[in-house]
Ligand binder design. Sequence first.
Ligand code: 5GP
Length: 208
Amino acid sequence: MSSDSKLFVVSAPSGTGKSSLIKDVITRSKAADIPCEFSVSHTTRTPREGDQEGKDYFFVAESEFEELIGNNTFIEYAKVHDNYYGTAEDFVTSKLQEGINVFLEIDVQGFTQIQRTSIPNSSIFVLPPSMLELRNRITRRGLDSNLIIERRMKNALFELSYADQYDFLIVNESFDAAIEELLEIIKDTQRIDSHREEKINLLKELLS
Ligand code: 5GP
């Protein structure tokens, strides 16, 4: 493994804006000559409008996913909202060996599995500014039915209950400020999470 490259594990409740944050931070890092790649996961979920095969996910049938599990393809996998999601080990290890930083956008179950591997990583949890804002964002996306929105809100609380185990917490209130904070972390993963206590207090409020 190259000593320069690092694995970044990013989690957040859905609707927090983590996909946009990760895409933007990868583009900006590349522009600053920091090599970064997004790890495209496999999933059994149905593609949504705009989803691109091989770019957003590799969409596979459940039987195929189970076969991939049997072949030890995944460094981690989990069932989220009734669908399987997994990260291919080969992709992650080969990129890291090439000196390229790898971003995983995975749920908290995947995070727990990555912590059990020997791969050095920095973990980042993106917090919504409030539960009301999270609900508004999920509703505004217009992608989900009411039933699914309620399921996502319930799952958000489950995800948030793991947030204090992550190295860094980022509040996505202002997109630009969140990006700046992410860039600082990528440039210096040894730094101490800034204003951690305030963020933990927000986390307690979100969970109350
Ligand atoms: P969505 O279906 O909205 O794209 O993603 C749903 C959830 O699955 C998100 O919390 C996302 O982070 C998580 N997820 C996406 N890919 C993976 C993966 O490879 N492994 C795990 N454990 N979770 C993933």
